[in-house]
Design a protein around this ligand. Structure first.
Ligand code: NDP
Ligand code: 8X3
Length: 253
């Protein structure tokens, strides 16, 4: 019966940042993990680093619904029964104000952060209900606080936070828990991706800030997913101490 006692977490965006740290955290505590992402070589390296048998690599682009469905359908025994879904794959692209933004980048953010997250949640909901599972959705402080150049990225994260609250309503009585994690400044590959590979810009953003780390978020996800089953953290906003709020901008004619 040991096999049945072992729980399974499915993490999207496990090739980097929060997702990889989350797989490491859960597997380190004895769980099995389905590790998803496009960069298969990184998933293979993660499997090798974590000893193999308890991590299942699942390489697909979350924007490809067919590939997503095929990957989920092909989950082997021991990984099929997902107890915790961590919807973490996501990205920001660009920092330009809306009037100078690239529409293709907007669409990629919507396809990844919104459509793919909703699709995977829909696919896995029946088995999560069956197992009284947990959904952890990775949103952002950008869901709540607008900033210049945040436009569509913030919009996609507002969707994630609001969908999570709506799921709680719909899943009332099922025992399924739903939590949104809303991190602030965190050093991962996020800014490298956002700036199309500008390492200097990424380094400059995080310099001297003691930002949130992948491990910090992984620990938070671990905590909310392992609370006693009568508790649900609805939303959890986390910033580094070095980050806080500033005022409104006022334009004078
Ligand atoms: P990283 O860039 O380090 O990781 C992003 C992950 O998402 C990668 O594993 C990447 O995998 C995956 N991903 C992106 N696009 C796709 C796709 N089309 N198909 C499959 N996987 C995809 O950034 P973070 O770890 O920081 O980001 C994780 C989440 O946290 C995101 O949703 C982000 O918006 C959110 N967030 C980040 C914050 C930060 O400051 N870092 C703060 C608040 C929220 P691959 O490229 O291999 O496909
Ligand atoms: C990432 C945090 O402030 O760059 O979601 O939008 S922020």
């Amino acid at each position: 019966h040991t096999a049945r006692m072992t729980k399974t977490v499915l993490v999207t965006g496990a090739t980097s940042g929060f997702g990889r740290a989350t797989v490491e955290r859960f597997v380190g505590a004895g769980w099995r993990a389905v590790a998803c992402g496009r960069r298969a070589e990184r998933l293979d390296a993660l499997v090798a680093a974590l000893g193999g048998s308890r991590v299942h690599p699942c390489a697909f682009d979350v924007r490809d619904e067919g590939a997503m469905r095929a990957a989920i359908a092909a989950l082997p025994d021991g990984f099929r029964d997902v107890d915790v879904l961590v919807n973490n794959a996501g990205l920001a692209l660009g920092t330009a104000p809306a009037q100078r933004a690239d529409l293709a980048q907007w669409k990629q953010m919507i396809d990844t952060n919104v459509t793919a997250l909703a699709t995977l949640t829909h696919i896995l909901l029946p088995r999560l209900i069956e197992r009284r599972g947990v959904i952890v959705n990775v949103s952002s402080v950008a869901a709540t606080y607008p900033y210049v150049g945040g436009n569509v990225y913030g919009g996609t994260k507002a969707f994630v936070s609001q969908l999570s609250l709506g799921l709680r309503s719909d899943l009332h009585g099922t025992g399924v828990r739903v939590t949104t994690i809303e991190p602030g400044l965190a050093e991962t590959e996020f800014t490298l991706v956002r700036t199309s590979g500008d390492q200097a810009a990424s380094d400059a953003l995080y310099a001297g800030t003691s930002p949130i780390t992948g491990e910090d978020v992984a620990e938070t996800i671990w905590w909310v997913a392992n609370l006693p089953p009568h508790l649900n953290v609805n939303r959890l906003e986390v910033m580094p101490v070095s980050q806080s709020f500033a005022g409104f901008q006022i334009h004078r004619a």
